[in-house]
Design a protein around this ligand. Structure first.
Ligand code: AMP
Ligand code: MG
Length: 708
């Protein structure tokens, strides 16, 4: 079993051992998640502070098994610290997490601090003590938090798969950044077996860890909500996958919460209503900080509506409370009253929770569609309750625009193809809604537990509850998912096209400009990202119509059309692009604000990345880092032949907008072969260069294996 004692690795001159903590923020003690939610009983034995009981050995803790009545199990990461190395450290996120400002850079750490960090993140058993709060704590000794694995279920490729859970991710601790008040949960992916590992090994291979480490930062920098990456480490573990033995690795990834849609589903399908409610309450209170339902408001509602409904006297009171009118179907949009009396619906905190999840999921997937990101495995166990992009597997950014693009080898039917993503989010929200139906359907009586239990124990009454929920759910899916998705997608696409901000959107922009552009990009295999960067260079000044702009158009067409398409279907393609430019050009010249070429270009280049973490780029990093890890193993000391590549690519992921970021990329030189411009960032690292150019021939159509 990994030792629970924390490090005493440095000695003072007097011989008194002092603690050298790793450069990480303190844990919150007690952990809100584990202290508020039910724990797997077996794993809880001997874990409490001051409990004299003998802790359960690790091999029993991590034996695959069905875990009931629990949101998590206590586990210990496997000790993989022997010859482990820190390959990457994300100093930009370290600041956001709340790492001491004097310990943000690796160069600021002592050897012992580095050693302690590596041990902590590879299960070496040393923990970080939580700060003491009173004298009693001091007597008891340092307080530590106990790592855990989440228990959840989920729909995989459309079918409910039963218990899944964190099979190779272990949450280390929670921390709160005092400067921002943000709470974070640090997780180690690849940290060894848990009760949820089923038949698998609990490890992650280096290539999948590199992909997750980089992409989470790339997605966040493109303004789409995501989990974040703090560090990546190599371990000595040889991990066996389809392709043979591969080096093992651990990513330390971080999110405000790792609760998933599947966390709710597991209780729903087990008919465990008590724990389902506890989890829902926790997410309302701790994750979303939703206000509690106001009992007075609920009572008023009951008084005015339920009574009349039951008496079948649907006379509407002349003066309704505001929240009631807003909840009545149709009235929120000012629709005229119909002869059929609309049913009053009360949205309790669980309905509001669902609304929030739908809203955030809509914003996330609108972001994916705009930045050209394909997730690949949108099973409900990979859907964050906070609408974050999580669990990066066989994902890909589009190269050429292709709505049917499938990035996941195993997805033979294209369930998770690029164009399916918004619809799949909606379907997944439908699965989540099922789990909340009784709580939402109980409306203003949700806290009348005796009544609720009665309803749930009678099939017909329970059906009424669900019936009551459905109208609320449908309205939320329409307003908080569909409308929010469309609004955000339109805004983002208009910004990408240089058509101004949210207040400048015109009804026809989507149908006459965005959709036709996507159609010919698809037809002529135009690179999605290069298109927008190229379009930013289009100038309208001095030309009132497209016809007066011949030279500009030639330049644009040349830039956009890939050579083979140009040769084969050049004139047809050119004709179509020119046809598309007619409404685009006139849309720009109509507005003083959009007409200014320089301003528009600068604005477009702030939302359209020059650098994209394409599969070929990730593949190159994987090859180089793997090579260096293998050499390090052979020579038993750290060897890095392509020093800084991982750091450089991480920096580009975090600063994807290229040349506009002049304060960060200071110096420009030309590469030795004269083919591309290389810049140096503020840390003197060479960045951009070939990585912002067209996809090299060898890198076209690269697909990544899913056995991670
Ligand atoms: P994913 O699709 O990668 O999110 O994984 C689906 C489920 O399989 C989750 O419960 C994972 O924890 C589990 N899983 C995937 N790979 C492994 C592994 N190597 N060891 C243990 N569990 C795994
Ligand atoms: Mg997963």
């Amino acid at each position: 079993m990994a030792s629970c004692a924390f490090s005493t690795s440095a000695s003072t001159p007097a011989g008194v051992k002092t603690i050298v903590p790793p450069p990480l923020p303190h844990p919150r003690h007690p952990t809100h998640f584990t202290s508020s939610l039910p724990c797997d009983e077996l794993s809880a034995l001997g874990q409490d502070d001051g409990d004299e009981a003998v802790p359960v050995p690790d091999n029993i803790l991590s034996t695959p098994r069905m875990v009931r009545n629990a949101v998590y199990s206590f586990v210990n990461p496997e000790d993989q610290s022997e010859n482990a190395f820190l390959l990457g450290w994300n100093k930009e996120f370290a600041k956001e997490l709340g790492v001491d400002i004097n310990k943000i850079e690796r160069s600021q750490w002592s050897e012992q601090e580095l050693d302690h960090l590596v041990k902590l993140l590879t299960g070496g058993g040393r923990k970080i003590p939580a700060p003491q709060q009173n004298e009693d704590d001091a007597v008891k000794g340092p307080r530590e938090t106990q790592p855990w694995a989440h228990c959840y279920g989920g729909h995989q490729f459309g079918y409910y798969a039963g218990q899944l859970g964190d099979g190779r991710a272990i949450s280390l601790y929670e921390t709160v950044n005092p400067a921002t008040g943000q709470s974070w949960e640090l997780q180690l992916k690849g940290a060894g077996k848990t009760p949820y590992s089923r038949f698998a090994d609990g490890y992650a291979v280096l290539r999948s860890s590199i992909r997750e480490y980089l992409c989470a930062e790339a997605v966040a920098a493109l303004d789409v909500a995501s989990s974040r990456s703090l560090a990546i480490l190599s371990t000595e573990t040889m991990v066996v996958r389809e392709e043979g033995g591969e080096p093992g690795s651990i990513v330390c990834r971080v999110a405000p919460s790792w609760i998933r849609f599947g966390s709710f589903e597991i209780f729903f399908y087990r008919k465990d209503r008590i724990n389902l409610r506890r989890l829902a309450e926790y997410v309302c209170d701790e994750v979303y900080n939703l206000p509690k339902d106001d009992p007075q408001e609920m009572a008023t509602f009951a008084e005015q509506f339920r009574k009349v409904e039951h008496e079948k006297a649907p006379e509407r009171p002349s003066e309704e409370p505001k929240h009631v009118s807003a909840a009545v179907e149709g009235e929120a949009q000012g629709a005229p009253a119909t002869s059929k009396e609309p049913k009053a619906l009360y949205r309790n905190r669980f309905a509001k929770l669902f609304e929030q999840v739908a809203h955030r999921t809509a914003i996330m997937v609108a972001g994916w569609q705009a930045i050209g990101f394909c997730h690949g495995v949108m099973n409900t166990d990979n859907m964050s309750i906070l609408g974050l992009t999580i669990d990066y597997g066989p994902y890909a950014f589009l190269d050429k625009y292709d709505p049917l693009f499938i990035c996941n080898h195993s997805d033979t039917e294209g369930r998770y193809s690029f164009q399916q993503q918004p619809g799949i989010c909606l379907w997944n929200l439908g699965r989540l809604a099922l789990t909340l139906e009784n709580l939402i359907g109980a409306q203003e009586r949700v806290d009348d537990l005796d009544w609720l239990r009665q309803q749930e124990s009678d099939t017909e009454k329970e059906e009424n509850l669900k019936e009551g929920a459905r109208d609320i759910v449908v309205e939320i899916l329409n307003k908080s998912f569909r409308d929010v998705f469309l609004k955000n997608y339109r805004r983002r696409m208009n910004e990408k096209m240089g058509l101004g901000g949210v207040d400048q959107i015109e009804d026809t922009d989507l149908t006459e400009i965005v959709v036709p552009a996507l159609a010919w990009m698809d037809d002529y295999e135009v690179d999605y990202h290069q298109f927008f960067r190229g379009l930013a260079d289009y100038k309208v000044e001095g030309a009132n119509t497209v016809d007066e702009n011949g030279a500009q158009i030639e330049a644009l067409v040349k830039k956009l059309l890939p050579t083979p398409v140009h040769l084969a279907r050049g004139s047809v393609a050119e004709k179509e692009i020119k046809g598309w430019l007619v409404p685009y050009h006139s849309r720009l010249v109509q507005s003083l604000d959009l007409k200014d070429d320089q301003t528009r270009r600068a604005r477009m280049n702030k939302v359209n990345p020059a650098f994209v973490l394409r599969n070929w780029v990730a593949q190159r990093v994987i090859e180089r880092v793997t090579e260096s890890v293998m050499k390090t193993r052979e020579e038993s000391k750290e060897v890095d032949p392509d020093k800084d590549l991982l750091d450089r690519i991480l920096w580009m992921c975090q600063h994807p907008f290229g040349e506009e970021d002049t304060s960060k990329a200071e110096e420009t030189t030309t590469s030795a072969d004269g083919t591309c411009e290389i810049k140096r960032n503020d840390a003197g690292l060479e960045v951009y260069g070939e990585y912002v150019g067209p996809v090299p021939e060898w890198g076209q159509g690269i697909q990544c294996s899913c056995s991670s």
